[in-house]
Design a protein around this ligand. Structure first.
Ligand code: PLP
Length: 489
């Protein structure tokens, strides 16, 4: 098999663990609805939301948690969200329509991202808060409101390009938001259009795992809010966007061993750990390791609500060193968050059926072909490395021969259709008809990248929930909070 197996076992909380220990249900579902199949678990979303809320409570902060809808198209998840008190962040006309149709009232919706005129019109028409990226967008919205005689629009100003005072620490570049250095002309425009625009606050979203960068952005926003107040404006919210992250792996030691092993493999010190010797951004230049590891830090002990907690406790270096939460509280600013991936942590799995298990001629890792395309299980697209969980069709089919190394191929007639480029280690050799279940795919890995290439269907989606010990399910589209007996709480 080529060395000790390097497992990357997924972190499974009780709901997903119970679901993956229900082989009859999972095989019945894929027999009926095909492979791949996404299963979402809406009740987990409500639990995750409670964890975010408890961080608000710890810091005595008011405000709203908005699920970043883009992370999953599911109706069931959105309708379950509507049954809580949370909001949603929509980034397209379709997402806005979906949110309104799921029962989220406009006061619980924020429109972000690039906006076409139709999206902007519907947001303004329904009095959804609009997070404005640029001065141009601000002018466009003001014109639209006047022209169509729409209600005064509630707006946030999204900012970017923050800089720590004193030290040269910059937040990463973003093509979204207005550079904080350009906020003065932006505020002039807000004042000019005060009859049609109501500035409720400022926002940022940084695509980084760095707490320091986010703290710098939050401080920068606090300063701009002060500037607003000194102009007589009355902003009341600070939106810190998303990016709280997920801890995908059960065991940090496995992650350490894998990344060390990958480095050694790239340097030729051990056999490759990937298909074709792919280095995930690392390369060997005459015996020296170059490049940077382009992988999601799959083991993240501080992720999700805990990450928000640490951000809020972070001292504001340029504002007297007090915790950021204390500064928000002092001004009675509402805290808005837009978690996507983190709110969908443990909210679903993707099931794929094994079609073929073949020993390649060169005697290397097994070739396992799955009834799924790489874009149906987009973990690799997001740089998330995590083992699938085998769900055998027949319990007794395991050959007792122990672990195998394998490469997982998709069903497209394309060399690059690899479910993952990593050599995956499985505790047993699977058989055709078995399922490989990819855990924790609800955040971005179900439908964000899905195609219908080669007339192959995109995966169907079902929603599942527990009634006592028993799992129940329905098609994603059929789920409403009234569906589970007793309704969602
Ligand atoms: C404006 C905005 N808010 C929130 C998010 C959600 O980010 P995450 O899923 O990392 O929490 C995104 C992601 O692209 C975003 O663009």
């Amino acid at each position: 098999m080529g060395g000790q197996p390097l497992y990357l076992a997924p972190r499974l909380e009780s709901r997903l663990r119970s679901l993956l220990h229900s082989p009859d249900l999972l095989h019945t579902l894929t027999d009926a609805l095909g492979s791949p199949l996404h299963v979402v678990v809406p009740d987990q979303l409500a639990d995750n939301l409670r964890q975010f809320r408890s961080v608000y409570d710890t810091h005595h902060l008011a405000g709203q948690v908005f699920l970043a809808h883009k992370a999953n198209r599911s109706s069931a998840l959105l309708r379950r969200l509507a049954a809580t008190d949370a909001g949603v962040d929509v980034a397209s006309l379709g997402e806005l329509q979906h949110a309104l149709g799921a029962g989220l009232t406009p006061d619980r919706i924020t429109a972000t991202g690039p906006k076409n005129p139709d999206f902007l019109w519907l947001a303004a028409r329904t009095s959804v808060t609009v997070s404005l990226d640029t001065r141009g967008e601000l002018e466009q919205l003001a014109t639209l409101v006047r022209k169509h005689d729409l209600p005064r629009s509630r707006v946030l100003l999204r900012l970017s390009g923050f800089e720590a005072s004193g030290v040269r620490v910059l937040t990463r570049r973003s093509r979204f938001g207005t550079a904080v250095g350009e906020s003065a002309p932006l505020l002039d425009a807000v004042e000019r259009h005060a009859d049609v625009l109501d500035l409720i606050g400022v926002a940022y979203h940084l695509d980084t795992t760095s707490l320091t960068e986010k703290a710098i952005a939050l401080e920068g926003c606090l300063r701009v809010l002060e500037e607003c107040r000194s102009r007589g404006l009355r902003p009341r919210a600070l939106d810190v966007g998303g990016g709280f992250g997920v801890d995908y792996l059960a065991d940090g030691g496995q992650w350490e061993r894998y990344t060390t092993g990958l480095t050694e493999a790239v340097l030729g010190m051990r056999p490759p750990l990937t298909y074709g010797g792919h280095g995930y951004g690392l390369r060997n230049e005459a015996g020296t390791l170059r490049g940077t590891l382009g992988l999601y830090p799959a083991h993240r002990p501080v992720a999700g609500a805990r990450y928000l907690d640490e951000l809020l406790a972070h001292p504001a270096a340029s504002l007297g060193g007090r915790p950021l939460a204390a500064l928000l509280l002092e001004h009675l600013y509402d805290l808005h968050t837009e978690p996507g991936r983190a709110l969908l942590d443990q909210c679903g799995v993707t099931l794929t059926k094994v079609l073929e298990v073949r020993e390649p001629e060169d005697g290397g890792p097994l070739h396992i072909r799955l009834a799924a395309k790489a874009d149906d299980v987009a973990l690799e697209d997001h740089g998330v490395l995590m083992d699938p969980v085998a769900v055998p069709r027949e319990q007794e089919t395991t050959d007792g021969a122990g672990p195998v190394a394998a490469h997982l191929f998709g069903s497209l007639c394309l060399e690059s259709d690899l479910i993952t480029r990593r050599t995956v280690f499985l505790p047993h050799r699977p058989a055709p008809g078995d399922l490989l279940a990819f855990a924790n795919t609800a955040g971005y890995c179900m439908d964000f990248h899905a195609t219908r290439a080669q007339h192959q269907p995109a995966a169907r989606k079902v929603a599942a929930w527990q009634e006592g010990e028993r799992w129940r399910w329905c098609l994603d589209d059929q789920y409403w909070p009234t569906t589970p007996v007793g309704g969602a709480q």
